[in-house]
Unconditional design. Structure first.
Lengths: 538, 313
């Protein structure tokens, strides 16, 4: 089949189809599909961000000034769903699509047609999800965690469940594709333990996706039948248990958290050695740390549920298991710092974002350690302290890593250098305002402000106002990012060399910039010293 | 990496020192309810509430110490090993001793933290030997309190709904034009954290709360008591408190429960035992003679009916 197909479309070998529709809608090319994923995720980042702006505007001062509480709840719910499933996850899939074949010397993804399908499901899924905002009854307002019985009170259950199913199908197909590509299509000499850490992190993430997306699908399907088909999985009056949903949801939800951070670890593990001009410290330890974090992610889910009334033994088990995660995560942070130590560093925009990632993600990790202590969590739980925690790991963690990765490879994708000056303007604005935005939220939570509330006591007023100001400016700073990208794609005159960064190692830097439509049609001959991790000893 | 220089013995001293420093910084102001500019968790007012407060401070101290070491090393590296300063990259990428050290030290710190936390959990989960029981039921969007027993005697027909006070409720309407800053009780701003009728409880009494809900999941949280517990339909959760100081302690629903989730506060009024017994007796009396008002039994059907004693303001 594959041979016949390539024969039929012999033109593909020479470049991208010139017809816009054929090129972008019918593409089976990993680079074009990667671009689609990245553009889609950027769009969703701004849609989700606009919801966040509504939230921060309403919380600017006490009293309700702008929106009704129910709409506020729709905003918090949609902000989370769009950012998680629409912005962060597709961004990583996009980066994986673009870079994994280039990094392992493969001509394309293993299953190119499925690749097209897994992307094109997403616009439909999000059209469904976002359309609920314009339908009678409004969008989902029960939180992205969709806890019943509250989530079943909404009128948009069917739309949301169907959208989540579609996103899940897309993710599973993407994950199958990535696993198949990494395990089968590495160029000769690209041993598993010589692969870039980014490729390793995606391999492990893909297994997490395959393991847990069906669990989410099951959970939301039970919501659907509870709502429309008279079942009582989660209905106490019918013999069901509302807490059962939380167990199932978080069995998905915690690995999901790591699905959103492990590829970020991989990105940062590529970027720091490049700009430190020094091999990554403890390559194998990095890989094993990712694997152990992935394993632990399956046995910590109930730390999201410390306040549901778990038995003492359950609280203790999940507390200990959660605390254990600090060990491999600590190893990763120490290794990044050691990679920098003794290097010869320069601080281009990707490196700045990567360094900010290490510091700010670690701060998110610290608050995570505090949250792991169950008796303290009885205070922190569902307060703004939690909001601060997960925004540190997701915004300054996952999203900063994605931005770092996009600056890192932008010259490879477009063939032009982005504006270093505006990149740095973007960085400094982002890093300052994101802290103004999220750091005061720690104080709010400790002082007793619950999350997901549209209005608050005046004791919380000053930090909320600071947080909102930080939020508006952080949001505005991202417009600079768009400007830098548009400039690099269409206007930059500065040609990028093949090896864009002086210290960059790995196969992706051996192909021209911009990367031609087809690369590695013949497997490259690999010299270990060209690889970032070619001489791994322990 | 400089963290190789830490010895396990120094850690415990550092933990203690930092916990003390944190106490000195934040602990001097004993407060139970949110104050403007508040930076840390309240110490609380119960026999248990010191547990989360202490754990919070110790964990924060540990994180600050590790943060200073790690970020310090990073910043030193970023200044010393810059290409612009002529730094030449070294080739090493392993150091087994260092890796063993920074895997072992966190494990030791974690064991200390786990030990402290486990003790707190055991204390919290022990609801036995309570001298009083209060049933808490969450509804969209108000709380119901039923007094079940006190000093071994069952209490009959003392229960009421507790919902957002009228002043906050009027102020919080969209574009009400009313100023949240003006909502005050005794000079303390109570906007959104005041109710029409508080839960009255005695001090120096181990009170067991049985917590459930009538419609969706809520969560009963008073920071001054040191914990929150989800109120879940079909499930009865248990928690306890033993308040040491009389006072009015305020909290809010902590689990998203619909449009007015932000508007179902909790107020606990802790009074001396004698005062509580008087209050209880008057409640029981007012409940018995008036049959019209006696519909305060815990049936959800009567949930919407506020008991006779509500009119106020």
């Amino acid at each position: 089949m594959a041979h016949a197909a390539t024969h039929d479309h012999h033109d593909d070998h020479h470049g991208a189809p010139s017809n816009f529709f054929t090129r972008w809608f019918m593409s089976t090319n990993h680079k074009d599909i990667g671009t689609l994923y990245l553009v889609f995720s950027l769009l969703m980042f701004f849609i989700g961000g606009s919801f966040a702006m509504v939230i921060r505007a309403e919380l600017f001062k006490p009293g309700l000034q702008l929106v009704q509480p129910y709409f506020f709840n729709e905003m918090t719910t949609m902000h989370a769903l769009v950012m998680i499933f629409g912005a962060v996850m597709p961004a990583f899939v996009g980066l994986g699509n673009w870079m994994i074949p280039l990094m392992i010397g493969a001509p394309d993804m293993a299953l190119p047609r499925m690749n097209n399908l897994s992307f094109w499901i997403l616009p439909f899924a999000f059209a469904l999800l976002l359309s609920t905002l314009f339908l009678p009854g409004g969008g989902p307002a029960g939180g992205w965690t969709m806890y019943p019985p509250l989530s079943l009170q909404g009128d948009s259950v069917a739309y949301v469940v169907f959208a989540v199913h579609l996103m899940g199908i897309s993710s599973i197909m993407g994950a199958i594709n990535i696993i198949a590509t990494i395990l089968n299509m590495r160029a000769p000499g690209m041993d598993l333990l010589k692969m870039p850490v980014f490729v390793w992190s995606w391999l492990i993430t893909a297994f997490l996706l395959i393991a847990v997306m069906p669990v989410l699908a099951g959970a939301v399907t039970m919501l659907l039948t509870d709502k429309y088909f008279g079942t009582s999985f989660f209905n106490a009056a019918g013999g069901g248990d509302p807490v059962l949903f939380q167990h199932i949801f978080w069995f998905f939800g915690h690995p999901e958290v790591y699905i959103m951070i492990l590829p970020a670890f991989g990105l940062v593990s590529e970027i720091i050695p490049t700009f430190a001009r020094k091999p990554i410290f403890g390559y194998k330890a990095m890989v094993y740390a990712i694997a152990s974090i992935a394993f632990l992610s399956f046995i910590v889910w109930a730390h999201h549920m410390f306040a549901v009334g778990l038995p003492l033994g359950g609280e203790i088990f999940f507390m200990y298991a959660t605390m254990l995660i600090a060990v491999p995560t600590g190893v990763k942070v120490f290794n990044w710092v050691s990679t920098m130590w003794g290097g010869s560093m320069t601080f281009e925009t990707p490196m700045l974002f990567a360094v900010a990632f290490v510091i700010l993600f670690t701060i998110g990790g610290f608050s995570g350690l505090m949250l792991a202590l169950a008796p303290a969590d009885f205070q922190y739980h569902d307060s703004y302290f939690v909001v601060a925690h997960f925004h540190y790991v997701l915004v300054t963690g996952a999203i900063f890593a994605i931005i770092a990765g996009s600056y890192y490879w932008l010259p490879k994708w477009t063939g032009h250098m982005y504006s270093e000056f505006w990149g740095k303007v973007h960085f400094w604005n982002s890093v300052v305002w994101v802290n103004v935005l999220f750091f005061p939220q720690h104080f709010l939570g400790l002082a007793g402000m619950p999350r997901r509330i549209p209005d608050y006591n005046v004791a919380f007023a000053n930090f909320n106002m600071i947080s909102s100001i930080g939020g508006f400016l952080f949001g505005a700073s991202q417009l600079i990012y768009v400007g830098v990208i548009i400039h690099a794609v269409w206007f930059s005159k500065k040609k990028a060399p093949d090896r864009v960064w002086e210290g960059a190692k790995g196969l992706e830097w051996t192909v021209p910039s911009p990367a031609p439509h087809h690369t590695f049609e013949l497997p490259p001959v690999i010299h270990d010293d060209e690889l970032a991790h070619g001489h791994v000893e322990d | 990496m400089t963290s190789g220089s830490i010895r396990p013995g120094g850690i415990k001293r550092a933990v203690t020192a930092l916990a003390l420093a944190a106490f000195a910084l934040f602990g001097s102001v004993v407060q139970a309810n949110p104050e403007p500019g508040q930076l840390n968790m309240p110490r609380g007012v119960t026999t248990y509430s010191n547990v989360p407060y202490f754990l919070n401070n110790v964990a924060l101290g540990v994180c600050v110490v590790i943060g200073i070491l790690v970020f310090g090393a990073m910043f030193i590296a970023m200044f010393r090993f810059r290409k612009s300063r002529g730094a030449v990259a070294e080739k090493w990428s392993h150091n087994t001793t260092l890796e063993i050290v920074w895997t072992t030290i966190p494990v030791i710190i974690l064991i200390v933290l786990a030990y402290l936390a486990t003790g707190g959990l055991k204390t919290f989960s022990d609801t036995t030997n309570a001298q009083m029981t209060v049933k808490v039921t969450g509804y969209q969007w108000k709380w119901r309190y039923d007094y079940v027993d006190y000093q071994g005697k069952a209490i009959d027909k003392v229960g009421f709904m507790s919902k957002l006070d009228r002043e906050s409720d009027e102020t919080r309407q969209l574009k009400s034009g009313l100023d949240p800053n003006a909502v005050k009780v005794d000079g303390y701003n109570t906007y959104l954290i005041n109710v029409d009728e508080p839960l009255v409880v005695p001090i120096d009494t181990k009170i067991r709360f049985v917590i459930t809900a009538g419609d969706v999941i809520h969560s009963w949280w008073v920071p001054a008591l040191g914990w929150k517990m989800d109120a879940i339909p079909g499930i009865v959760n248990a928690a306890w408190t033993n308040i040491k100081e009389p006072g009015v302690y305020r909290g809010q629903c902590a689990e998203l429960c619909g449009q007015d989730h932000g508007f179902m506060p909790i107020v606990v009024k802790a009074v001396p035992k004698a005062e509580f017994e008087q209050w209880l007796a008057s409640k029981q009396q007012s409940a018995t003679p008036a049959p019209a008002a006696a519909s305060t039994a815990a049936a959800p059907a009567t949930a919407q009916v506020a008991p006779a004693q509500t009119p106020k303001g």
